[in-house]
Design a protein around this ligand. Structure first.
Ligand code: SAM
Length: 176
């Protein structure tokens, strides 16, 4: 497969999964978290498909298209893990959709980061019924792994759903 084919497939998969997740969670009250703004493509799409939800963006350095830059009060600027820790205090467990697209060219480092650092930082923010879409596999014990649509490469994206309180979630909120 050419790199162009691969890029097109990745974008189609992103759009299809975001559309499905948005339709699943649209009746839930809560906020959306976009982890990794990049040039703002998926952020802009989320704004279109979930116009009634506040979207909070986490990004180290904003380099997005000028039309796709969130307002300051919806932007956690800096390292995503620091931002998620700060968000735990203000947003609490109100995230009904989390989209993580942080991967770099180093696939092993991206996987390790997602499993060991990103996953535990996301858990305290998740609301019941939340869906989590990630370009890297996450470790969310107790969440349901949602199968990808038929024909989609199993390693391309990872989708999880919170059907009930997660163990780590209960421990975090008890301690807080
Ligand atoms: C692949 S791009 C996101 C693309 C975006 N989904 C889009 O459609 O335009 C990844 C983004 O994540 C950001 N990022 C990667 N690691 C990060 C970290 N540890 N903390 C904050 N931002 C990070 C990068 O700066 C980059 O802008």
């Amino acid at each position: 497969m050419s790199r162009l084919d691969s890029a097109i497939r990745r974008l189609q998969a992103q759009r299809r999964l975001l559309d499905q997740a948005a339709s699943d969670i649209q009746s839930l009250e809560g906020v959306v978290l976009e982890l990794g703004l990049g040039n703002g493509r998926t952020y802009d799409h989320l704004r279109h498909i979930l116009p009634n939800h506040d979207i909070y963006v986490f990004e180290r350095e904003v380099q997005a298209h000028p039309d796709c830059v969130p307002e300051d009060d919806h932007l956690f600027l800096g390292d995503v893990i620091d931002g998620l820790h700060r968000a735990q205090k203000t947003l609490r467990a109100r995230a009904v959709l989390v989209h993580a697209d942080l991967g770099t060219g180093d696939s092993q480092a991206s996987r390790d980061f997602a499993k060991n650092h990103l996953s535990p930082a996301i858990i305290p923010l998740l609301a019941e019924g939340a869906q989590i879409l990630s370009d890297q596999p996450l470790s969310l014990p107790g969440a349901t792994k949602v199968p990808l649509p038929e024909g989609m490469d199993a390693d391309r994206y990872h989708v999880y759903r919170v059907d009930g309180p997660l163990e780590a979630h209960k421990r975090f909120h008890k301690a807080a």
